[in-house]
Design a protein around this ligand. Sequence first.
Ligand code: SF4
Ligand code: SF4
Ligand SMILES: [Zn+2]
Length: 141
Amino acid sequence: MKNILTPSTSPFLLAPCGLSCRLCHAYVREKTVCPGCRAPDAGKAASCLACKIKNCEKLAQGRFTFCFECDSFPCARVKHLDKRYRTRYATSPIANLLHIKEKGLQSFIELDNRRWTCPECEAMLCMHKPQCLACGYVWQK
Ligand code: SF4
Ligand code: SF4
Ligand SMILES: [Zn+2]
């Protein structure tokens, strides 16, 4: 439960695709914990290591850190991710990226903290789990 109880203020946990790693089940689980998309690869799940966005050749050039800064944004890979996350997890990586682009990182972090705080116990929710991991509150009906 170490990571889910307190809001984050770190942009390090915002992935290039616009997802918040701290809301990911791989980051908040107890075993084989993922250190986050921007961390070194040790300990990451195979699916994260194989991610087509994380491994994108444009990101690998190191000229920018978020996909919204790319001249191909939103590319097919990002659109595919966005559709999957909007459909299954009630979150939009593209909307997240546009918020960062228009209002800045700090504004997005504050919004994200508000949006993903459990209304019952104030722990951080996990976007991949429909219930609060701390108190069981069902946020996704
Ligand atoms: S989808 Fe890819 S880029 Fe986004 S957080 Fe997961 S591994 Fe990182
Ligand atoms: S938006 Fe650009 S940097 Fe991001 S995955 Fe697509 S091509 Fe790569
Ligand atoms: Zn709760």
